[in-house]
Design a protein around this ligand. Structure first.
Ligand code: ZN
Length: 189
């Protein structure tokens, strides 16, 4: 089922996700619905907060993105990124690695708002998958950026928090409008 993507202004986006201790049928259904929602919205990542659940759960899928490269390593060996997709990260721990790089980002909770964001070029990730198996890998490029963006969501951090002052000022009107619109819709509900 395609779920409604929560927009900026909804307080759930600021909530830190609770750890998932067991993969219940509800969690499994939520994962399936999150994939459906992300693919329908043509996003590369979606966090549980973005569909109204403050949990340590995010899904990613960078297949089909041709203009921005991703890298992946298992046990220091390069691996095929595409065949590793789609990706479920439950209770992820992320260690930033490498140099800081600037790159364009958008967010399904901020329609039509894009900005350059500085993040590390690589990350080391340990997480559980939908079968509760713990796995670790290292990612670079777009995948590393998407993982950092999504894991921020799980901690209530949004990409506007990481914009430089100039970008944040330039987008102030659009961001304020979005927030006001979301809040107005919430009070009407
Ligand atoms: Zn986002």
């Amino acid at each position: 089922m395609v779920l409604t993507v929560v927009k900026f202004g909804d307080p759930v986006l600021r909530r830190k996700g609770a750890r998932i201790e067991s993969i219940t049928p509800e969690v499994r259904q939520l994962i399936a619905d999150m994939f459906e929602t992300m693919h329908a919205a043509k996003g590369v990542g979606l966090a549980a907060q973005q569909v109204g659940h403050a949990l340590q759960l995010t899904v990613l899928d960078i297949r089909g993105i041709r203009d921005r490269q991703s890298q992946l390593w298992f046990d220091r060996q390069p691996a095929d990124t595409e065949s590793f997709m789609p990706l479920v990260l439950i209770n992820p721990l992320v260690r930033p690695l490498g140099e800081l790089v600037s790159g364009p980002e958008g967010c399904l909770s901020f329609p039509h708002i894009y900005s350059e964001i500085v993040r590390t070029a690589e990350v080391e990730v340990t997480a559980q998958n939908e079968r509760s198996e713990t796995y670790s890998f290292r990612a670079g490029g777009l995948l590393a950026r998407a993982i950092q963006h999504e894991v921020d969501h799980l901690n209530g951090i949004l990409f506007i928090d990481r914009m430089d002052t100039t970008s944040r000022e330039d987008l102030k009107f659009e961001i304020d409008e979005l927030q006001a619109g979301t809040r107005a819709a919430l009070t009407r509900r």
